[in-house]
Design a protein around this ligand. Structure first.
Ligand code: C5P
Length: 312
């Protein structure tokens, strides 16, 4: 019998092509229509064995900047304890599968932290896949998706990747076809926005929110591979709430529009701003333009869609 010594899983960031938010539910969540799109900006989670006796959670969690220093301030904010969703993912899987072998988790980050690109959720999805392989628990896909949905509304999607429509609180996924490669620029900001804080601001701004519905124009443009049509249909109900909490985001959005972006919007609950470009070269030009905005500390480009979490 061979013993696995390390498993590394690569997992993508997401951007929401549509985020339609209904009124607050009794459980505090909101019904959503959330069109997820996985982009080629990847975190990596590595699981190795540890000598410490298992307590359920990992023996240690460490984090590293994979972007050559640009995300140093982000990585400094990564919690290294049980408040980290990747830690909780390892703990949940150990509990469900009865795994006993203690592990360490190491996260290499290229996805912004508290940035609206589901970096923490991606790390949790990667930790599930990596621990499953490390422990040889062999859970089927459906079971992993179920555990992911228990961890958070955005954890199931990075297991699947591609483009998908999320309903419920975002965790019920139906795959969608994106018939062309989409080229993106992202403006990262140093200040994180808290997801519950942004949803709270949304409730104050939109007490009369209607039931969320998928936008047929967006779905038709995706199916037809019409990037300009996708750009025209991009929408995020949380954007006014995010901008109300961080008004300087308006300047980043304007810089991207001025550079000819096909669409400019806040990603998820922000503060990352996303810009759809016409080509990879145009995405580089948009990134250069948004870097000049006062809130933008770092701009990157990435294409989508890409597959979900994979073992390297
Ligand atoms: O599910 P997750 O832990 O990622 O959600 C974080 C927070 O985001 C929730 O506590 C809630 O405030 C808000 N949220 C929401 N409705 C959703 C998803 C998230 O209100 N569908």
């Amino acid at each position: 019998m061979t013993t696995t010594t390390a498993v590394t899983v690569r997992v993508p960031a997401k951007v929401n092509l549509q985020l339609a938010v209904g009124p607050a539910r009794e459980d505090g969540y909101h019904d959503l229509v959330n069109v997820f799109h996985a982009v080629a900006l990847f975190d990596e989670v590595t699981v190795t064995g540890a000598r410490t006796r298992a307590t359920g959670g990992p023996a240690e969690l460490t984090a590293e900047d994979a972007s050559g220093g640009a995300l140093a301030a982000h990585v400094a904010r990564v919690p290294l304890d049980s408040t980290n969703l990747a830690w909780r993912a390892a703990e949940l899987l150990a509990h469900e599968a009865g795994a006993r072998q203690p592990v360490r988790l190491h996260v290499r980050k290229a996805i912004p932290v508290a940035g609206g690109m589901a970096g923490g959720s991606a790390d949790a999805a990667a930790a599930l896949v990596a621990c499953d392989a490390f422990w040889g628990t062999g859970l089927d896909r459906g079971r992993l998706l179920e555990l992911a949905a228990r961890l958070g509304s955005d954890v199931a999607f990075p297991l699947v990747g591609g483009t998908a429509v999320g309903t419920g609180r975002g965790e019920v996924l139906a795959p969608a076809r994106c018939a062309t490669r989409l080229h993106w620029a992202f403006a990262l900001s140093e200040g994180g926005l808290s997801t519950p804080g942004v949803f709270g601001a949304y409730d104050r701004l939109r007490p009369d929110a209607p039931r969320p519905r998928a936008d047929p124009a967006l779905m038709a443009a995706l199916e037809a591979g019409d990037a300009a049509g996708v750009g025209a249909a991009l929408s995020n109900d949380l954007q006014p709430a995010a901008v109300s909490l961080r008004p300087v985001l308006a300047e980043s959005l304007e810089a991207g529009r001025a550079a000819g972006a096909l669409g400019a919007f806040v990603s998820g609950s922000g503060p990352t701003c996303a810009f759809l470009a016409e080509s990879a070269e145009h995405a580089e030009r948009v990134a250069a333009a948004v870097r000049t905005a006062s809130d933008c500390t770092h701009a990157v480009t990435a294409y989508g869609d890409v597959p979900g979490a994979v073992i390297r």
